[in-house]
Design a protein around this ligand. Structure first.
Ligand SMILES: [Zn+2]
Length: 209
């Protein structure tokens, strides 16, 4: 599942990035965009883009849309913020998370598509913002079976965030069977295990850091 999921999102990311580049091209602005990843996933992105998109779109890759290869533990400046990428050591497929310095001694850390493990904890610990997957409520684990997909419940993610002294926990990559009540239900379960603030954004929600 993980590979499909990442691929689908990745193509979406390329399309959005290319649209952004094309829009700015239409206005004759010097629009560029960057996608950061390890070398293998960037090659996969390039291959998928070549298969699914038109040459009039893919011609921007390498010209206006840049794929930037990063290594485990490497720090680069992204939108002016020092950002460190780290290998989450997935047993499914090679995946990176990242931790960004957002100023004032604070950091925002994204653990990727799997529960934060020993490799990610040094980055996630004491994060002002932690972005972590939570596939479903713990009370519904028997329905959605998150562990078979190497995913967490809300309770698991909240206990982890509490143990890592996180301030704001943002839960993503959830089941979507009850979207109208998801925010409320996930927060209600999570607050029993996490004393910080829990965010369960809907599509297009914006958050101020
Ligand atoms: Zn997943």
């Amino acid at each position: 599942m993980g590979k499909h999921f990442v691929s689908a999102r990745a193509v979406g990311l390329i399309v959005v990035s290319l649209r952004r580049v094309r829009c700015s091209a239409a206005f004759k602005a010097a629009g560029t965009a960057k996608i950061y990843g390890h070398a293998e996933v960037l090659q996969q992105l390039k291959d998928i883009a070549d298969k699914l998109l038109q040459p009039k779109e893919t011609r921007f890759i390498g010209d206006r849309l840049h794929f930037v290869s990063v290594a485990d533990g490497e720090a680069v400046s992204v939108i002016g913020r020092a950002t460190t990428f780290f290998d989450i050591h997935s047993t499914k497929t090679k995946q990176f998370g990242f931790s960004m310095d957002i100023g004032g001694g604070k950091k925002l850390t994204c653990c990727g598509d799997e529960p934060c493990n020993e490799f990610g904890k040094p980055y996630a610990e004491n994060s002002e913002w932690l972005l972590h997957e939570a596939f479903c409520l713990h009370s519904q684990a028997d329905i959605f079976d998150p562990y078979s997909k190497n995913h967490s419940t809300v309770k698991d993610a909240c206990e982890l965030a509490e143990s890592l002294h996180v301030k704001n926990l943002l839960l993503y990559h959830t089941e979507d069977k009850n979207l109208s009540a998801r925010k409320e239900l996930y927060r209600a379960e999570g607050k029993k295990y996490f004393s910080g603030k829990i965010h369960v954004p809907d599509d297009l929600d914006a958050l101020a850091l």
